[in-house]
Each structure stands twice: as structure tokens, then as C-alpha cells.
Design a protein around this ligand. Structure first.
Ligand SMILES: O=C1O[C@H](COP(=O)(O)O)[C@@H](O)[C@H](O)[C@H]1O
Length: 260
């Protein structure tokens, strides 16, 4: 796993704009070198802030939207179109205003979909969808995501991996159902840590004073069962994108970086 790198921006608006610019460059570069790009979206305030900033960025037109695969790190297990679903919020923030190929938009299942209220069956079907998209070099589990984004919750949760719940202990499956999440709604679908760690780059987004404790804990050597954000890492790069408020409780050894 790669060692976390930190980038701290002045405020959450600047963080969202800078992260959006960074994402545009990543997507354009991947499309130039491989023909397509693969990105995993996150829900939550910071994830939606980034998508809104991307929607407002003139450089968004540099992306070939028809050659972009979108996946989700987690979903609130609610009916299709529910305002609390991460995909509904992502559509409102960005997806409805760009020419994506619908076949490449891989939303997680809804609670009124083919599996009804069976969240485990819904999770298994998403795992199969990921496996179908994986190439031989991916060992049949998940495709290689260029960038996987995760909003960090105030309790250090990422995706729907909450401290101490069974999902964060999963070592085999790539997608699991979650029951009893401390943040509503209690039933969710989530990528597991092994799936997250298959990504080339993992970006953790944390803006606001309420994220300061979580960032400090996760970056200070906490265990991933107690602090799931501590276990999120990319194969090539792990990037924490913070604003000054979220960085305000980091140990001085981490931020600001020591000068030579
Ligand atoms: O419920 C969720 O929360 C986290 C973090 O959200 P935030 O609003 O505190 O930034 C998010 O990453 C996750 O995708 C979402 O389902």
C-alpha cells in the first residue's frame, strides 16, 4: 500500500475546485494513454462538492464523457430516485449535465430493484458486475480503477465501512451489504477494503471542522477496524485532500511538511 500524501487547501470551496481540476487531468491522461478512464465516486458533502465544482469547470469539456466508466464506493439502500441515494445526488450535481454513456454508469442497486430488500443479493450482484468488467490482469475481482474517491465521515468511516461493523473486517468479498449503520439509512451497500485497495489512486476527501478529529486519528496510526479511513490506500498513490479546518488537528509531524 502507498503511504498517504497530504494536500491542504485554504477552504472547502478551493479544495473542491482543486480536486475537480486534478480529476479532470487524471481522466484526460488515462483516456489519452488507454482510451478510457475508470473512476469510483463517493457520496457525502465533499464528494458532491467536488462533482458540483467539476460541473462548473470549463475544462470539463476536455473529458471524453462517453469513454468514462463510473462506479460507486457505496450506496444508501433506498428506492430508485430517493433523494438520499448517492447516485441521485451525483446525477443532480453533475451526471445529468454531461454526455455519459449510460452503459458505463454503474450505479449500485436500489431497494426496489430486482433483489427487493435483500441487500446481500444486491451486493453480490454488484460484485458480479465488477468482476465482469475486470480484465485478466485484475484477477477477476474488480477492474483497475484510475481514481477511487472516498469522503471521510466524522467517525472515520469511508464508503459504508463504519468502525467495528462486520463490513470493515471483510477480506474476501469485494462488495457487501451493511445493516445497522450508525448514520442513516442503516442499510447500505459498500465496496470492501480489498476492493478499495485495488485502485491505482485512492483520494480521501475531508473538509470542515467536523472532519478534523477523523483525519487526525486515521493519519496517526489507528487500526482500520477502529478507523476505516486508515485502511484506505491506493496501489500507486493515496492522497488526502483536506481543507485547513479538517487539517487543524493533524500532528505537527504530518502537517505542515517539515522543510529541508
Ligand atoms: O453516508 C455517507 O457518508 C460519507 C461521508 O459523508 P460526509 O457528508 O460526511 O462527507 C460518504 O463518503 C459516503 O459515500 C456516504 O454514503
Amino acid at each position: 500500500m502507498s503511504t498517504p500524501q497530504l494536500v491542504v487547501h485554504h477552504d472547502k470551496e478551493l479544495m473542491a475546485q482543486a480536486a475537480a481540476a486534478r480529476l479532470i487531468t487524471k481522466i484526460v491522461d488515462a483516456q489519452a494513454s488507454r482510451g478510457y478512464a475508470s473512476v469510483v465516486l463517493t457520496g457525502g458533502r465533499n464528494g458532491n462538492g467536488l462533482l458540483a465544482a467539476l460541473a462548473a469547470a470549463p475544462a470539463r469539456d476536455a473529458i471524453d464523457w462517453g469513454r468514462l466508466d463510473l462506479w460507486w464506493g457505496d450506496e444508501r439502500f433506498l428506492p430508485e430516485g430517493d433523494a438520499e441515494r448517492n447516485v441521485t445526488q451525483a446525477r443532480a450535481a453533475l451526471l445529468d449535465s454531461v454526455p455519459l454513456d449510460p452503459k458505463r454508469v454503474h450505479a449500485m442497486p436500489a431497494s426496489d430493484g430486482p433483489w427487493g430488500a435483500d441487500v446481500d443479493a444486491a451486493a453480490a450482484s454488484y460484485a458480479e458486475e465488477l468482476a465482469r468488467a475486470a480484465g485478466p490482469e485484475n484477477h477477476g475481482a474488480v477492474p483497475t480503477f484510475d481514481v477511487l474517491m472516498l469522503g471521510v465521515g466524522p467517525d472515520t468511516h469511508v464508503a459504508s465501512l463504519f468502525p467495528e461493523l462486520p463490513a470493515v473486517r471483510e477480506t474476501e468479498r469485494t462488495v457487501v451489504g451493511v445493516r445497522g449503520a450508525p448514520k442513516p439509512p442503516p442499510t447500505r451497500v459498500t465496496l470492501t477494503l480489498p476492493a478499495i485497495r485495488a485502485a491505482r489512486e485512492v483520494w480521501l476527501l475531508a473538509a470542515g471542522e467536523d472532519k478534523a478529529g477523523a483525519a487526525a486519528i486515521a493519519l496517526s496510526g489507528a487500526g482500520e477496524i477502529q478507523a476505516p479511513a486508515a485502511g484506505a490506500a491506493g496501489r500507486a498513490r493515496t492522497l488526502w485532500l483536506l481543507d485547513a479546518a479538517a487539517a487543524s488537528r493533524l500532528p505537527r509531524s504530518l502537517y505542515p511538511p517539515a522543510s529541508p
